[in-house]
Design a binder for this molecule. Structure first.
Ligand code: PXP
Length: 246
């Protein structure tokens, strides 16, 4: 089985910084530390309301890190222009609603196929790998494939929520859907990633799926870093992923 890459999402270092409007803690420092702790990539979501990562963080990150940057963004003209200016390694198109606390569901690709096909074409032409964040739903995978995305990221949020709510039957059903859809997307030639809500408790069954190439994990790692440091948290996640991979 190929090695599973770990993309570390540093958004919530910026959340803490912005809570005080101070200059620290600096998410770019976290990205540099994540790099030395064994992260395979850095993920950052520049939201329309700039609630965590801000434009200057992206500028500085592009200069400071050698790892591939996975730039999460909504499908808006503003974000497209920013992505085309920086040309990160990857862009991950996510749905975004101002009132949500975090990215709640996957992108509705099937209903917006035409617009999204035109939206991602210049990003692909600029050399970015285009990833689409979607639920484990065949209709959305087919649509992502048709519009020319190279990668899909499967939303693991529902699986993780069910786990912590003690709804184990629903969790296992969601895991079965994720498993089936990872196989299906891979059979279409899509590169398959997964992420959202993953923790030490929930990562292993996801990491075990052989079709997956990358996990993107943020909130839990940044929280755990308060107790054990970012390097320790990343090392522990890495070792659970490797163990699951066998
Ligand atoms: N992948 C995508 C597409 C996301 O939007 C997020 C959250 O920003 C993550 C992964 C990471 O989720 P979490 O912070 O819950 O680990």
């Amino acid at each position: 089985m190929s090695k599973l890459r770990l993309g570390v999402n540093i958004d919530h270092v910026a959340t803490v910084r912005n809570a005080r409007g101070s200059a620290y803690p600096d998410p770019v420092r976290a990205a540099i530390l994540a790099q030395s702790a064994g992260a395979d990539g850095i993920t950052a979501h520049l939201r329309e309301d700039r609630r965590h990562i801000v434009d200057d963080d992206i500028e500085r990150m592009m200069d400071a890190i050698n790892l591939p940057l996975n730039f999460e963004m909504a499908a808006t003209d503003e974000m497209q222009a920013i992505a085309l200016r920086h040309k990160p390694h990857a862009v991950c198109i996510v749905p975004e609603r101002r009132e949500e606390r975090t990215t709640e569901g996957g992108l509705e690709v099937a209903r917006e196929e035409n617009r999204l096909a035109h939206f991602i074409a210049p990003l692909r032409d600029a050399g970015c790998r285009v990833s689409i964040f979607i639920a484990a739903d065949k209709r959305q995978i087919d649509a992502a494939h048709r519009i020319g995305a190279q990668v899909i990221e499967l939303h693991t949020g529902a699986y993780c929520d069910y786990h912590y709510e003690g709804k184990f039957e629903a969790r296992d059903q969601e895991l079965a859907r994720l498993t089936e859809m990872a196989v299906y997307a891979h059979s279409l030639g899509l590169e398959v990633h997964a992420g959202h809500g993953l923790t030490y408790d929930t990562v292993a069954p996801i990491a075990r799926l052989p079709q997956l190439m990358e996990l993107n994990i943020g909130h839990f790692l940044i929280g755990e870093a308060v107790f054990v440091g970012l390097e320790g948290a990343i090392a522990q996640m890495r070792s659970l992923m490797d163990e699951a991979r066998g």
